[in-house]
Design a protein around this ligand. Structure first.
Ligand code: ZN
Length: 270
């Protein structure tokens, strides 16, 4: 399952293809959206950004396309006028003179007034997106004190999209390692400093992953040549069961917690 950083990079690729240019073609396969096609022609897409696993495509006329890929949906970017040879069914096409972005197979698609988007049933249940640039450490720390969340184990809370959307399984392990907190602890048992540390890690680790994951130093390249490029993101505990912890050399543990595999260092996160 893709997590917040991967979803945001996919959204960036769609945005790069189409944001800022007038739409020449707007196609929706859904009857309830058909009547909106004409009004969107000639409009400009202002932004495409995820909230959790939902994608929000914002037009310059006060409307936003909400789409959720579930397990089937897939977006692709093509040159204007081109349609890939595929058996999948086309659900949305948004095209400028240069490029088109196409959504196949997804069924959870709707148009909302941008100012009423917070009423959308799926979005209403989500916490703020962990990669939302406006989200601050103080707000995350405050959320940790909310009685809705403060009694839960960190292992469960860090997968709960109602706490912070965009979190996922590798991020959970990496955030807890960075914050030096054991997965069975609960926010209400943490000191103020620990809560603050956790809140910082909850923003910093996904940001680092978003900026650098998938960027690997070229083969044979020395790290010293990479001063202008971000350091590649790598897992410090996730998927490293039995390996030595980079901080204390204790073997990293693997445990099933809240139904997913979690990796941690019992000494550093004691
Ligand atoms: Zn350690």
């Amino acid at each position: 399952m893709p997590e917040g950083p991967e979803i945001r990079r996919a959204a960036d690729a769609l945005a790069d293809a189409i944001v800022g240019e007038a739409l020449t073609t707007v196609f929706f396969a859904f009857p309830k959206l058909k009547r909106r096609e004409r009004a969107l022609r000639g409009r400009i897409i202002e932004s495409i950004r995820p909230h959790g696993k939902a994608l929000l495509t914002r037009f310059d006329n006060g409307w936003t396309l909400y789409s959720h890929n579930q397990l089937y949906g897939v977006w692709s970017v093509v040159a204007a006028g081109k349609r890939p040879d595929t058996a999948r069914s086309l659900r949305v096409a948004l095209e400028t003179r240069q490029r088109a972005i196409l959504l196949y197979s997804a069924s959870d698609v709707d148009l909302w007034r941008t100012d009423r988007l917070h009423e959308q049933p799926f979005l209403r249940r989500l916490g703020p997106d962990v990669l939302e640039p406006a989200l601050r450490v103080g707000e995350v720390a405050q959320r940790l004190e909310d009685p809705k969340f403060s009694g839960r184990s960190l292992a469960a809370l860090l997968l709960d999209q109602g706490f912070l959307a965009g979190m996922g399984n590798y991020l959970r392990s990496e955030v807890l390692f960075e914050a030096r907190l054991a997965p069975h602890r609960r926010p209400r048992e943490l000191s103020r400093a620990e809560r603050r540390r956790l809140a910082s890690a909850l923003l910093a680790v996904p940001q680092r992953s978003y900026r650098t994951r998938g960027i690997e130093p070229a083969r044979g390249m020395q790290a010293s040549y990479l001063t202008d490029t971000p350091e590649a993101f790598r897992f410090r505990v996730f998927d490293r069961a039995g390996e030595a912890c980079e901080a204390c050399a204790e073997p990293i543990l693997r445990q099933e917690l809240a139904g997913r595999r979690l990796y941690w260092c019992a000494r550093c996160q004691g």
